[in-house]
Design a protein. Structure first.
Length: 237
């Protein structure tokens, strides 16, 4: 099932790219494996995928310990509490969900202890939903600039959003378009680190199972697909 689902996802990625004049190699697929057993992740790896997104710290830590295969990347895509940063700082390739300066400072502290640099995305609540975490659109550029200067061990690579749940993906096109415009503006005025060097601002993570084709059409470089690959979650999950 997983292999067949992945074939369909990649077909849809190709089709979306063709519609907007992009190439599929511009898109990174993050397979959202939260609540899924290692056996399903291994099926995904066998089908050629290597980037996996987890929402929960303990689950990510457990899966990391069970699968250390070369080339596998783990991404933290869920809300991250400051007191749990230390558990994943040396295990993930990218944290998608930096939603405050205080969290960025905690990541800086833990990364400095281990003498590593952590790639992160700033989570933007582009639809201004009260139930969602993230910077407002008006706060984001300043946050990126401050983190670049104040957190030498934190590399802001771009932006992320979780768009509203909707039955019609077209409803999220405007949100994706607005986030891409914000991303482009920050990238064009590249934040500089404390030494004056521009940071590499190159990643826009938006779009999930229900709307990733629209997100690609509006400029996403990274999409997060769970149900479209692994199937619907069971109620008890």
């Amino acid at each position: 099932m997983i292999r067949e689902n992945l074939i369909q996802v990649h077909k849809r990625i190709h089709a979306a790219c063709a519609r907007c004049g992009r190439t599929p190699d511009e898109i990174t697929l993050v397979s959202v494996s939260k609540t899924k057993p290692l056996s399903m992740i291994e099926e995904c790896i066998a089908a050629g995928e290597h980037v996996f997104g987890e929402n929960y710290v303990q689950e990510l830590v457990d899966k990391y310990a069970q699968n250390r295969a070369d080339g596998i990347q783990w991404h933290m895509i869920g809300h991250l509490q400051r007191n749990k940063v230390k558990y994943i700082i040396d295990k993930v390739a990218l944290i998608h969900s930096v939603d405050s300066l205080r969290l960025a400072a905690q990541i800086e502290s833990e990364a400095a202890k281990r003498e590593l640099t952590m790639n992160v995305l700033l989570e933007v609540n582009i639809a201004e939903e009260q139930s969602k975490w993230g910077f407002s659109a008006s706060e984001t550029a300043d946050a990126a600039a401050r983190i670049a200067i104040e957190c030498p061990h934190v590399h802001v690579r771009g932006l992320m959003t979780s768009a509203p749940n909707t039955e019609d993906p077209e409803n999220n096109r405007l949100h994706f378009r607005r986030l891409h415009a914000l991303f482009s503006d920050i990238r064009d005025h590249a934040p500089k680190d404390a030494s004056g060097k521009p940071v590499c601002f190159d990643t826009l993570s938006m779009g999930m199972t229900g709307d990733y084709e629209v997100a690609i059409e509006e400029g996403a470089t990274m999409i997060r697909v769970g149900t479209g690959i692994f199937g619907e979650r069971k109620i008890e999950e």
